[in-house]
Design a protein around this ligand. Structure first.
Ligand code: BGC
Length: 724
């Protein structure tokens, strides 16, 4: 079935105008009063549509980022109130994710942008008319001389708009157009500068008090030719100067040349930055800090999770986790929002997805991205490192990264109870498990391949980003995890999974035979290896492995050593095996490396490295030092599931049944957490009374069943609020 927009043509600027952003123009002459006007629109690039200068819709960076070769979203806006006789529809098209360079090595080169649109008019008298993009639209230049995701925007208001003549019609595949699936990206919050400072170097800097993703909106005024130039940074260096080295090749520069015709309001149209600090490189005398506002931009997901406790630093940690999600859920789940990456790294997404699904409502967000994952998976079943895949066909199939295809759908099914996550993703998950079964030189292990290992693990050998845990041990562990997830997905869909159940037994047996040494330890005697063995049920008698994990942590001064792969499972491996006390010790650890160490240094987001900034103010190497990387925020899952004890029940997903199993610790004082589910608010709180006893409060929404597991006893709970 085709949609009206597929009858329109892709159009582009008729001549090469370099990096200048083109505008496509269509005056509207109407046949009478309108009953309804709908604008269906998309672009290879990013579009911003306006009628008589007033923006259409609230979606910024539309049409969003998808696996463009096969999937391009279009949006539909009701423009009945805006379209009128004599009004003019204008659409600017910037390069965006489609047209711009992407990747730190320019893995995806620049390419030509194009617009496609259909304005569907229904008149009061019943007549209909469709205005489609074609050669009758005119093209013109705009004052936007360049606009790039990584590099920022250059606008010259003195540059007159130049008519380029009729738009050029391109014969491009229109079958890739699909209706909007994801969440719209919108302006979600604004912040005023918390302070203005002058650095030791004499730089004039605005501090917004929060590391964030978005852009700066300004009220700009000045003489013709005067310029406002902004640079962006996440942190200041040891001396207190503006620090941009960690942005790598991303220029992140805004340059606006004024035309002297009064005050204007300006924000970039096709570019965003990750920043807390803004340097005013150039600024007319008459403008002050009050003229600048930070606009926080992300996918318009509703916040559903709340967590507070008696420890201020942990409360700030939870806020940082939320900000990590706001900053990196910008149409696709990204590793970071500031340097020359901002890519849909699968490993980061799988690590954080469980926490993400409690913090915010991400079902629509992930529905779209998982469809892109299906589209990007290759014929062999291999999943790319990043989705959409801009790194090329060889950047595929790393253990723990590619397993996103079983981990994320299963978690979304648990959190939201929507069966489509399983029906949509089952084949993809099966193909991936089958690939692992075929891959490598051993049937039930995965002994070769190219993997990221325990990325950024602190037990990394000199000059390596990969922790010291054997990569094949990790690959085998995730082979088992994904096979297990596939079995759960299949069984929930009523499929016979006996073949995969026997595969899983063989994988486990092979894993034990190879990685459990004769002395009962693991061949990689690392925190990550034990965490995976315990959390993925790879060993039968867990007690000695848990004891060894605990011993290793204690020997390391009650501190973790894990990277991207081990960290998300570390606290769970402890609390499920009798070491809850030690799990809290790790959570509450303030010395490096720990979750709270960055918080003690004033972090307002999650950092890529536990020591992105060191206690003496020096930095981790600038080549990989993001201050907004959500991966280690995955500890949020433990805060909800174990600390507050709110757990979904796999047999009754979507919190139709809730298991409350909090594991309190006196050092936390009190805890209060809730998740706004589709069925209502699920809440759990506990607090230590003066006499050392604990008071628990649980809230069960109407229509749900629940039980509380406390002190070895299980009690059924009716809907309502219960104090135990
Ligand atoms: C990204 C990571 C990602 C990794 C792959 C980095 O450059 O920022 O978060 O998962 O590459 O190992």
């Amino acid at each position: 079935m085709t949609h009206l927009i597929q009858q329109a043509a892709f159009i582009s600027a008729p001549q090469d105008i370099g990096t200048v952003v083109p505008c496509f123009i269509r005056p509207l002459s109407l046949k009478g009063p309108l009953r309804r006007a709908l604008l269906h629109i998309s672009a290879l690039g990013m579009y911003a549509a306006a009628i008589d200068g007033a923006r259409v819709g609230r979606f910024v960076f539309a049409p969003g980022w998808t696996e463009y070769d096969s999937r391009l979203q279009f949006q539909t806006y009701d423009v009945t109130a805006q379209a009128a006789e004599g009004s003019v529809l204008t659409v600017m098209v910037g390069e965006g994710w489609w047209g711009g360079r992407m990747g730190w090595d320019g893995q995806k080169a620049r390419r030509r942008t194009a617009l496609i649109a259909a304005l569907q008019l229904e008149y009061e008298d019943g007549r209909c008319e469709n205005i489609l993009t074609d050669a009758s639209w005119r093209a013109a230049t705009t004052p936007i001389l360049s606009s790039s995701l990584y590099d920022g925007e250059t606008v010259d208001l003195c540059a007159p708009s130049r008519d380029l003549g009729p738009a050029k019609v391109l014969d491009l595949d229109r079958s890739i157009l699909i209706p909007q699936e994801g969440e719209e990206v919108r302006e979600m919050l604004t912040l005023s500068p918390a302070q203005e400072l002058t650095t030791p170097k004499g730089e004039r800097v605005l501090d917004f008090g929060q590391n964030l993703t978005g852009y700066v909106r300004m009220r700009a005024r000045g003489a013709r030719g005067e310029q406002v130039q902004l640079s962006f940074a996440e942190v200041l260096d040891r001396e207190g100067n503006f620090y941009t080295e960690n942005m790598r090749s991303a220029k992140n520069s805004i340059l606006l040349t004024l035309n002297g015709e009064g005050e204007i309001e300006y924000a970039p149209t096709f570019s965003f930055q990750g920043f807390r600090y803004v340097r005013l490189d150039q600024c007319p005398q008459c403008m002050s800090a009050q003229d600048f506002t930070a606009v926080v931009v992300h996918s318009a997901m509703e916040q559903t999770g709340r967590f507070t406790c008696g420890v201020d630093l942990v409360n700030q940690l939870y806020q940082n986790i939320l900000w990590g999600q706001r900053g990196n859920f910008l149409d696709v789940p990204t590793d970071c929002p500031q340097r020359d990456e901002r890519l849909g790294w699968t490993g980061d997404a799988q690590v954080f997805a469980r926490t993400a699904s409690y913090n915010f409502r991400v079902d629509r967000f992930f529905t779209k991205w998982l469809h892109d994952l299906n589209a990007a998976q290759d014929a062999q079943g291999r999943i790319p490192h990043v989705i959409p895949n801009v790194l090329g066909p060889e950047a595929v199939a790393s253990a723990a990264w590619a397993d996103v295809c079983t981990i994320v759908p299963w978690q979304l099914y648990l959190t939201y109870g929507q069966l489509h996550f399983l029906t949509d993703q089952f084949d993809s998950a099966r193909k991936w498990v089958d690939y692992m079964h075929r891959a490598g030189s051993s049937e039930f292990l995965w002994l070769d391949g190219t993997h990221f290992g325990d990325w950024l693990g602190l037990d990394a050998p000199e000059c390596s980003y990969k922790g010291s845990t054997d990569e094949s041990l990790i690959a085998g562990a995730f082979f088992a995890l994904s096979t297990g997830n596939l079995i759960k997905m299949g069984r929930a869909l009523g499929k016979d999974m006996s073949e995969y159940a026997s595969l899983l037994s063989s994988v486990r047996a092979a894993w034990q035979a190879r990685y459990v040494a004769a002395d009962g330890r693991l061949t990689s005697d690392t925190q990550t290896a034990y965490a995976l063995a315990l959390a993925f049920d790879l060993v039968e008698d867990k007690a000695p492995f848990a004891a060894r994990l605990a011993q290793k942590i204690r020997e390391n001064g009650d501190r973790l050593q894990t990277g991207f792969v081990g960290t998300p499972y570390l606290l769970r491996a402890l609390s499920e095996n009798g070491y809850t006390d030690l799990a809290y010790t790790l959570l509450l650890q303030k010395e490096f490396p720990s979750w709270l160490f960055p918080v003690t240094l004033g972090a307002t987001t999650m950092w890529e490295h536990w020591d992105g900034l060191k206690a003496d103010g020096s930095m981790w190497s600038p080549d990989m030092n993001s201050f907004n990387h959500y991966a280690y925020g995955a500890v949020g899952e433990w805060l909800f599931n174990v600390c507050a004890g709110i757990q979904p029940d796999p047999e009754n997903p979507g919190f139709r049944r809730i298991v409350f199993a909090p594991q309190p610790d006196v050092r936390m004082g009190r805890v209060s957490a809730s998740i706004q589910t589709e069925r209502g608010l699920v809440a759990s709180a506990w607090a230590y009374d003066g006499d050392g006893s604990i008071r628990y409060t649980f809230t069960v929404p109407q229509g749900c069943t629940a039980c509380a597991r406390i002190g070895g006893k299980t009690v059924e709970l009716e809907p309502g609020t219960h104090v135990l």
